[in-house]
Every structure is written in C-alpha cells, then in structure tokens.
Design a protein around this ligand. Structure first.
Ligand code: PEP
Ligand code: MN
Length: 356
C-alpha cells in the first residue's frame, strides 16, 4: 500500500531549506500540534544563480536524522543525483523529491531511478518547470519502473515569462488533472508555496487543489519566514499553517444518495455534448463548401472583418445566455482556427491535384 495514499489530504510541511538544528526542532515541535504527515527540508538547494545559499548538505542530513528519531516524523528531502540518493539512504531519510529543475532532464531522472532500485525510499516527482506533461509522465514512469511503491506527483506550477502574473509559477490546472487521469493509482499533491511565491495566495491555491480532488499538500513552513535563507516571501509560520489547515474545506461525500441525481444529470450532459459535436461536424462541412467557393473565386481564406464579426456576435449571444465573453471568444478562436486550417488544407489539395 502506497503510504502517500494512507490519508487524504496528506500534508507535507517544513522549511524550504534546512538552515540549522534549532530551526528544524522549532518547526517539528510546533508540528506536534498539527496534522502533519511528513517534514520537508531542502538540503542541497538548486539556485538559479551562483552566490546564493546552496543548502547545508551533510550537516543538515544529521540534524534531520535526529529530528526523525526525536519526533517520529517521516522526513523528505530533494535529491538531484545518485550521490545524494546514497546519502539520503545513509541518514535514514524516508522519502525524496525530484525537483522541477531535475524532472526536465531524463538523464538525471534515470540516474536517480537507477540509484533508487531496490530501496524503500518514497519518491515525490515535481512537475518540470516547463508545461510539458510528457516530461512529467516520463519521469513518473522511470520511477515506477524502478519498482518504487511509495510514489506521488507534486504539482508546483510552471514557469513563464509573464511578469504580470500573480503567480510565481502558473498553475495550468489542466496539466495535473490530465496526469491524474493517466495515472489513477498515483496520488497527486499540490505545492501551493512554489505556485504562489507569496503568502497571501496560498489559501486560495490550496483550497482549489482540494476542490480538484488533489490527494495532499506541500506547504513551506519556517519559524521566522522573513529571515529565511531561501524563499522568504512564500513561507508560512507554523501558526499560519495551522490556521490554513483548519480553514480548508475538505470535500468528502456525505453519503451516496445524491449519486442517482448526478447520474441523471450526466446522462443529459452526454446527450447535449453529442449534439454539440454533431453540430460541429455539420458546421465543418459548410466550412469546406465555403472554402471551395473562396478557392473558385480566388478569394483570401482569412477575412479579418468576418472574424471580428464572429467574435462580437458570439460573445453577445454568450452574454445573453449567462456565459462570459472570454470563454465564448476562446471557444470560437479554436473553432475558427480549425476552420481556417481546414480551408487552407483543402485549397492546397485542390492546387496539387490541378498540377498533377
Ligand atoms: C523546493 O521545494 O524548495 C524547490 C526547490 O522546489 P521546485 O523544484 O519546485 O522549485
Ligand atoms: Mn523553496
């Protein structure tokens, strides 16, 4: 049985970096009053630029081993190569996480997977920094193939060049949801701290994750966040963590008597969706017919005025039906892109056939 599925939500908390023995003892003492399942602490810190705090290394492993015994608290750390896995084993660490900067690199993930073979370490796999589900699922498969039983994925958001974003790493929720669909047996946790990059947004992101049926949370917690040696803006105090955990709404179905009603509504939705797809097919047939006429009359396929009219009218129809304009314009952007592509492909085929 995968211990990461033993409790829902499974809560991992602790400092971004293990800084000294007192810091670790202070959070662990506070955690005795909170429902914390595992302590996290970075021992080697991957920093974007040199010259910043890079972690306490082996000293931190000694402190963590002591904490593990004193507080009976399972410990997880980040590893980024084979030597770090071996040191984790030497100091009785319970689980390791593969950081976002390692998941992007199949060589590193394979090296870690090989080092993990035959061990009892739990493994948490963070998403890669770029929004690429294949890299994330590839890393998961390398670890599964190594025979690891205690495995979970961690969603920590995706890097982007958008300086106006309210997130440090954008959540792109569709990606972890797709991962969950592909790997039903692998629990998925949300690292709200690295998604947000600041304290204020964390409760909102953590709640969103639970509403999306995530299996657990990873929250960075430090006795004195403002003076933390890494990620100072996003760490909570143990008190703030306690408040967050007690304010979360955990959605567990009360009973199954509403199941029948849900099934009925789903059946109606299924038939509505079938109608929508049917209409899209018919729409596409007309689009092809239109493409042929444009081709015969030597007209350009894309006409900006028509496109503007589509967006304006459809958004207004949407508003009348209680649908927001952004949703409708995105939907029609997708439909229009496909229509244009279909017409271009059609005209190219006609041109090639004429030449032949
Ligand atoms: C961390 O958990 O402190 C960390 C460095 O995470 P990530 O790999 O998500 O950036
Ligand atoms: Mn961090």
């Amino acid at each position: 049985m995968n211990y990461f599925s033993s409790k829902k939500p499974y809560i991992i908390a602790g400092p971004c970096s293990a800084e000294d023995a007192l810091q670790l003892a202070t959070v662990s003492e506070a955690f005795t009053q909170l429902p914390i399942d595992m302590l996290r602490a970075g021992v080697w810190k991957p920093r974007s630029k040199p010259g910043h705090f890079e972690g306490r290394g082996e000293d931190a492993l000694k402190w963590l081993n002591d904490i593990r015994t004193a507080y009976a608290l399972p410990i997880c750390i980040e590893v980024a190569n084979k030597e770090q896995v071996e040191l984790a084993l030497q100091y009785n660490i319970d689980a390791v996480w593969i950081g976002a900067r390692s998941t992007v690199n199949p060589f590193i993930v394979q090296e870690i997977a090989d080092a993990l073979k035959g061990t009892k370490l739990g493994v948490l796999i963070k998403n890669p920094i770029n929004p690429d589900i294949e890299l994330w699922s590839g890393a998961l498969e390398r670890i599964l193939h190594a025979g690891i039983e205690n495995i979970a994925a961690i969603h920590r958001g995706f890097s982007s060049y958008d300086s106006l974003s309210k997130y440090r790493n954008k959540p792109n929720w569709a990606i972890p949801i797709e991962l969950k669909r592909r790997y039903k047996e692998v629990p998925i946790f949300c690292d709200a701290s690295h998604i947000c990059g600041n304290r204020t947004l964390i409760p909102f992101v953590a709640q969103r994750a639970l509403d999306l049926d995530f299996d657990g949370l990873m929250i960075e917690t430090h006795p004195n966040p403002d003076n933390a040696l890494s990620d100072a803006q996003q760490q909570l105090t143990p008190d703030q963590l306690g408040q967050l955990l007690s304010s979360l709404i955990i959605r567990t179905p009360i009973d199954d008597c509403s199941q029948e009603e849900i099934e009925q509504i789903r059946q109606i939705l299924d038939s509505m969706d079938a109608e929508v797809v049917d209409l899209l097919g018919k729409r596409m047939e007309l689009v092809e017919k239109l493409g042929r006429i444009k081709g015969d009359n030597n007209m350009p396929i894309y006409q900006a005025d028509r496109w503007r009219e589509i967006i304006d009218t459809r958004s207004q129809w949407g508003l009348k039906n209680g649908l927001d304009a952004e949703f409708i314009s995105k939907l029609f952007e997708l439909i229009h892109d496909k229509s244009i592509k279909t017409q271009i492909d059609l005209l190219n085929t006609i041109a090639v056939n004429k030449q032949a």
